[in-house]
Design a binder for this molecule. Structure first.
Ligand SMILES: [Zn+2]
Ligand SMILES: [Zn+2]
Length: 399
């Protein structure tokens, strides 16, 4: 049996030199020029040019700054539903400190999630599939604004799913080494909600707390009481997270402020837990505030629902990944409490989203951190697996 390293070396070495160079050069070019949500104009331009060179007629401005392409021709019937092959394009608002030679040229912007790699993979995939008799079975979608700004909703509202029967997508994943694949036959990624709590009291002198009600103390109690949502109110068999991420209040050391604002996020997998969370949080927030003699208002927003794979499409990924990399390199029960707006498509059509191991040698370089980087061999592995899964799915949708 080959080791994982040997398998990866054989697969990467087996790519035509031009294809490998193009994957790396595209990723590095995009990495150097990151663009934030709904500002991906240069990126979309690079994408549309490449698609035009393949003879496609890309549609630009999809969901504001996205690009789609529907290859024509081939043996397939024009009426069969297409399979959406999705890559996200946006970067994050942070300043890169990876030390890479091709690091971001833009302070305050960085491809710290690997979306540059997703675009590179999908463009090489488009080149391969353009030559396939199945080409017209696919729709390529280069999606803007995955990182919480609603890019998938914008694309879906702009017709990206019209005539689509299934959706596939991948994410480079630094929780796994290169050559490993992570997938799940059900929920892979969590539902993401966002909340804001405004605690309001009369305010007063720091030396006379008995003459007012203290919004700071109330906010502190609320933060603590929210810890019991997961530990005391949700079944221990169900994953959930409640995190308070910001606390803002007060303007002077000797003033009890009139207002404190907290923001945070919740994560969950099941619909039942997702539905229960806002009611439980509201009860605790209002009750705790009342006990402290102040008022509190909860504003609760759904960001992403859970990213739930269809078991049949997940089985294609598992089978094709096992053929490519060996069954021992396919993790079939992967779950993370991170969120993804791939969930928008997977809530409407069946399909699968999967993780492609991309952790580089050396210290951990987590997603969304200023030192994020990938092992670029993952670009080749991701592209090869995406191609196999897309063709397997096309066969299924024609059957
Ligand atoms: Zn991300
Ligand atoms: Zn991402």
């Amino acid at each position: 049996m080959r080791t994982r390293e040997e398998t990866v070396a054989r697969l990467v070495g087996g790519l035509p030199g031009r294809e490998w160079e193009s994957l790396v050069a595209t990723r590095r070019d995009l990495h150097r020029h990151p663009e934030l949500a709904f500002e991906e104009r240069r990126t979309a331009g690079v994408v549309a040019d490449r698609l035009r060179r393949l003879g496609f007629a890309p549609r630009e401005g999809v969901g504001r700054t996205g690009v789609t392409a529907d290859p024509a021709g081939g043996a397939a019937s024009g009426r069969a539903p297409r399979i959406l092959l999705r890559a996200d394009m946006d970067a994050l608002p942070l300043t890169e400190a990876s030390g890479a030679a091709f690091a971001s040229a833009e302070p305050g912007r960085m491809h710290a999630c690997g979306h540059d790699g997703h675009v590179a993979i999908a463009l090489s995939l488009a080149e391969r599939l353009a030559r396939s008799p199945e080409a017209s079975r696919f729709r390529f979608l280069f999606q803007p604004a995955e990182e919480g700004a609603g890019g998938a909703e914008a694309c879906a509202a702009d017709g990206a799913l019209e005539g689509v029967g299934a959706a596939l997508g991948l994410h480079l994943w630094n929780q796994l080494p290169v050559g490993k694949i992570g997938v799940n036959r059900g929920a892979l990624m969590a539902a993401v909600d966002e909340f804001e709590i405004r605690v309001e009291g009369p305010g007063g002198h720091g030396a006379a707390p008995h003459e007012t009600a203290d919004s700071i103390v109330a906010a502190a109690r609320i933060v603590e009481a929210l810890q019991t949502v997961v530990s005391r109110e949700i079944s221990p068999l169900e994953p959930a997270v409640v995190t308070v991420g910001t606390i803002h209040g007060g303007s002077a050391f000797n003033v009890i402020p009139a207002e404190v604002t907290l923001t945070g996020t919740t994560r969950s997998f099941s619909d039942a837990v997702g539905k229960a969370l806002p009611e439980k949080i509201a009860r605790i927030v209002e009750g705790t505030a009342a006990a402290a003699g102040v008022r509190a208002r909860l504003d609760y927003k759904r960001v992403n629902r859970a990213t739930v794979n269809d078991p049949a499409y997940a089985d294609f990924v598992i089978a094709e990944a096992a053929r490519l990399l060996g069954a021992e390199n396919v993790e079939t029960d992967t779950r993370t409490l991170g969120g993804e707006d791939m969930s928008v498509y997977l809530a409407r059509v069946p399909g699968c989203f999967f993780f492609v191991g991309s952790a580089p040698e050396g210290p951990h370089r987590p997603h969304h951190s200023p030192v994020f980087d990938i092992d670029e061999r993952a670009l080749a592995i991701g592209m090869l697996l995406f191609e196999r899964v897309a063709l397997a799915a096309a066969k299924r949708l024609s059957a």
